[in-house]
Design a protein around this ligand. Structure first.
Ligand SMILES: [Zn+2]
Length: 437
């Protein structure tokens, strides 16, 4: 028994294409695409009424652990720079996380993602007082709501050798689990916080972990000038050389932000085949500057860095800031960042994401966006960046099953989950209040 989507405007970003047509979904895959597909007995038929249907979106870099931060008490003192933002806000929150808040953060983040048509998240997790099993908590929250994930634990030396070893071990454990399960839904990476909280020896261990499992390293790079400055002061070398020397620049690595990398570093990243995850709203929120996006060429994907999973808003902001910074991008360049996220997640999960093609994953977003101006492959970016927002998304299919139908989440009782999350948040914030720096 499958699902047939009829009378849709099918939008593909990879390559950019607009076509009126129908899809048939069965067994978690798109099995037919044509102007009119054949219905099978028992199929559910959805008339899309001439509205846009697009592939499930992919968040290229996020932190589900921050999902319960909305409205949390202010830090004990107002941060005056990026390092203080980490110290007074995020490193207090992550230390307060336990198993139940990890899992609930993931569940709440997943519900928010579905509502925005995002069906795969590349996540970077930290909970220093609850490391072992934490990636299972994140996976459980995502799996319950019906999403896919590429997960890692952000290894750091900021909590001493024990914390470092526990982080490395959690990555190893989860990578082994995913290697054994191979389910196209969850995969691991070798997670690292950032060079300025990692010793060279730890970077070596992360690189060898990544090598052993044939995966990339997921790490923050040059988000703020402090990363480069501390690297040069401590190691007498450029950050890009330091990371290269320690084997972090792998072809499947994700370097989040890259805000303060120069053109030479961008070339080295492209040469290695690694990707930079651009997170424009986060960069603006933390006032860390604007990444040299043009220099990264097609080695740049799009992430939210924990500010929800609304990739359409992230893309729009990515366009606005590119204009503001005279970055020389085209609207199509911004869409290509979304494509790059989908390709990276496809490679990690060994399934085609971000495309409405036969045999691709049946992760499909149904909108009620009926274009009110002509739409075709050449002006598609204009529709996506200026008109098509999450407010038009009414139903989402993940792995061939409805995750949201007519704006109601179908995989859980959303109101009950939100009420439970509020109670867990209260306990989380109570613990947070006792952590002073
Ligand atoms: Zn991040």
């Amino acid at each position: 028994m499958g699902i047939v989507l009829e009378n849709a405007i099918l939008i593909d970003l990879d390559p950019k294409q607009v076509e009126i047509g129908s899809l048939r979904i069965d067994g978690g895959r798109i099995v037919e695409r044509a102007s009119s597909v054949s219905r099978q007995p028992g199929d559910e038929v959805v008339d899309c009424r001439g509205a846009v249907v697009l592939p499930g979106l992919v968040n290229g870099h996020t932190h589900l652990y921050s999902a319960l931060a909305a409205g949390m008490p202010p830090p004990p003192q107002c941060p005056s720079n990026f390092e203080e933002v980490l110290k007074y806000v995020w490193w207090r929150l992550d230390r307060a996380l336990d198993a139940e808040s990890n899992e609930m953060s993931s569940r709440i983040g997943a519900i928010g993602a579905v509502r925005c048509g995002t069906t795969t998240l590349i996540d970077h997790h930290a909970s220093p007082n609850c490391i072992r099993g934490s990636l299972d908590h994140i996976e459980k929250g995502l799996a319950e709501i019906g999403l896919r994930g590429v997960l890692c634990y952000e290894t750091t030396d900021r909590n001493g050798p024990q914390g470092r070893d526990a982080g490395l071990e959690e990555n190893r454990r989860y990578l082994e689990k995913c290697t054994n399960s191979q389910n196209n839904k969850f995969a691991g990476m070798a997670g690292a916080h950032a060079s300025f909280t990692l010793e060279g020896e730890t970077l070596d261990k992360l690189a060898s972990l990544a090598e052993g499992f044939g995966v990339g390293v997921h790490i923050h790079v040059a988000e703020d000038p402090c990363d480069e400055e501390q690297c040069q002061a401590q190691n007498q070398t450029l950050l890009i050389d330091w990371l290269t020397g320690h084997g972090i620049l792998r072809s499947d690595s994700i370097l989040a932000h890259g805000t303060h990398l120069n053109e030479d570093a961008a070339k080295r990243i492209a040469g290695a085949g690694a990707m930079v995850a651009h997170c424009p709203r986060s960069n603006m929120n933390n006032a860390v500057g604007y990444a040299p996006i043009k220099s990264f060429g097609n080695h740049v994907m799009l992430g939210t860095d924990g500010i929800g999973s609304d990739m359409l808003t992230e893309a729009q902001t990515g366009w606005f800031i590119a204009c503001h910074e005279h970055a020389g991008l085209t609207p199509s360049d911004v869409l290509n960042m979304m494509v790059a996220s989908a390709r990276r997640a496809s490679a990690a999960l060994d399934i085609t994401l971000g495309q409405l093609t036969v045999n691709a994953a049946a992760d499909v977003v149904i909108t009620d966006y009926v274009p009110f101006t002509p739409i075709h492959s050449e002006n598609l970016a204009g529709h996506v960046l200026f008109a098509l927002g999450a407010q038009y998304i009414h139903s989402v299919i993940g792995n061939g099953k409805f995750l949201m139908r007519n704006r109601t989440i179908t995989t859980c009782d959303e109101s009950a989950v939100r009420r439970a999350a509020s109670k867990i948040s209260t306990r989380l914030w109570d613990r947070l209040a006792k952590i002073h720096s």
